[in-house]
Design a protein. Sequence first.
Length: 254
Amino acid sequence: MRVQPLPAFDDNYIWTLADDSGRAVIVDPGDAGPVLGAADAGLTPLAVLLTHHHADHIGGVPALLARWPGLPVYAPDDPRIPHATARIGAASTVPVGDWRFEVIEVPGHTRSHIAFYGHGHLFSGDTLFSLGCGRMFEGTPARMLASLDRLAALPPDTLVCCGHEYSRANAAFARTVDPDNAALRRREQEILDMRSASRPTLPVALASELDANPFLRTHTAAVREAVARHGGFDAQDRVAVFAGLRRWKDGFVA
């Protein structure tokens, strides 16, 4: 079994999880081109998994269905995703070949966002990034924090496969928040080395994120105190800390 991110657009990743024969699950194909190119090199799609309705995650589905008309497409129960063949939610299990994926509801970035977990991999879409998290377009801080908590509770050796290559920019913000974090400094250097070599910074072990990602560390004194200093308020409640952290990131310029 091998997992590979296919670059798309400026910074998207379309994820493929394939067996030794090339049969593969495709996650969030915003653009059909990279998937069709991989198919020409021997990849055979078995199913498409969609995390949320944004065009850069679903836009390639019609072209893939034109190439493979019977291809199953698993998606949240959201009418903004028109090409789903199966609507799924919490506690669902998606069977694809010999694989099984648990569906985790993670509203916040969008109201119907889901993640897929299975075989040691988490396909988190735009909910959890390396050293960051998604913007709250359709959610509240409480709902987004609860969603991140669900993902943080997965086994620490889980490999996080997220939807964008945001790691370098996220590292700059995280270091501003938590400059004395040695695990964060190590992860940032790893990211810089990988990007200098034109390599993806993903997947990344959840354990690394638990140690270095400030959005998963709202319970720590370092993050709480940094948010309080920046926002000028006594941030004790985790939801308030998370909300202040997300506002800070939204306006951050490296």
